[in-house]
Ligand binder design. Structure first.
Ligand SMILES: [Fe+2]
Ligand SMILES: [Fe+2]
Length: 184
C-alpha cells in the first residue's frame, strides 16, 4: 500500500469517528443525554490520532513537495496551519470535557461550539486534501519517491514514544468499538 492509499484509509477511519462524534453532539444539542463515556473516548481519539500519526505522515509528503519547489507552497502551508488549528480545537474541547466531567463548571455550549467547528474543519480539510493535495502528490512524486517517503515516515514513527501512542490508541479504539457493540 502506498503512503497515499494509507492516508486515504486513515481519512475513512477519521470520517467514521466524526460521524459518531456528530451523532453524540446532535443528541446533546437537542438537550438529550449524550453517551459521555463515548464522547470522552472520541475526544481522546481526536486528541491523539491526527497529530501523533496521521499528520506526521502527511508532513513527509508536504516537505517532499516543498523541497521540489512546487508552485503550491502557500497551499501546503495553509494545510499545515489547519493541522495546528484542529489540534488547538481538540485540546480545547478535551479540556472543556474534563471540566464537565469534574463538575467544576458546565461549559456545554462552549464545548458543543468547539466540537462543531472541529468537525466542519476536519471534513473540509480532508475533502481539500483528497481533491488537491493527494492528486498533487501523485502528479509530482514518482512511485519510487513515494515509496521512499513512505519508508521514511514509517521509520520516523517507529520509536518508543510512537509505540506507546499506538498502544494507547489501540486501547481507545477498542473502547470505542465495545461501546458501539453494546449499543447494537
Ligand atoms: Fe491534513
Ligand atoms: Fe489528512
Amino acid at each position: 500500500m502506498t503512503l497515499i492509499d494509507a492516508i486515504k484509509d486513515e481519512h475513512d477511519r477519521l470520517r467514521s469517528r466524526l460521524v459518531l462524534l456528530k451523532q453524540e453532539i446532535d443528541v446533546w444539542t437537542r438537550n438529550g443525554e449524550p453517551d459521555y463515556d463515548l464522547l470522552h473516548l472520541l475526544a481522546q481519539y481526536f486528541m491523539r490520532f491526527p497529530d501523533e500519526i496521521h499528520h506526521k505522515k502527511e508532513d513527509h509528503i508536504y516537505d517532499a513537495l516543498m523541497d521540489k519547489g512546487v508552485l503550491e507552497t502557500e497551499y501546503l502551508l495553509r494545510l499545515k496551519s489547519e493541522h495546528e488549528q484542529m489540534g488547538l480545537l481538540t485540546t480545547q474541547f478535551s479540556e472543556h470535557f474534563d471540566d464537565l466531567l469534574a463538575h467544576h463548571v458546565s461549559p456545554k455550549w462552549t464545548m458543543i461550539d468547539k466540537v462543531k467547528k472541529f468537525i466542519v474543519m476536519q471534513e473540509l480539510h480532508m475533502a481539500d486534501e483528497e481533491s488537491q493535495f493527494l492528486p498533487l502528490a501523485r502528479k509530482e512524486l514518482s512511485v519510487d519517491r513515494l515509496n521512499e517517503i513512505g519508508a521514511a515516515a514509517r521509520k520516523a514513527l517507529i520509536n518508543d514514544a510512537a509505540r506507546e501512542s499506538f498502544q494507547e490508541l489501540a486501547t481507545i479504539d477498542s473502547g470505542i468499538e465495545s461501546h458501539l457493540a453494546k449499543k447494537k
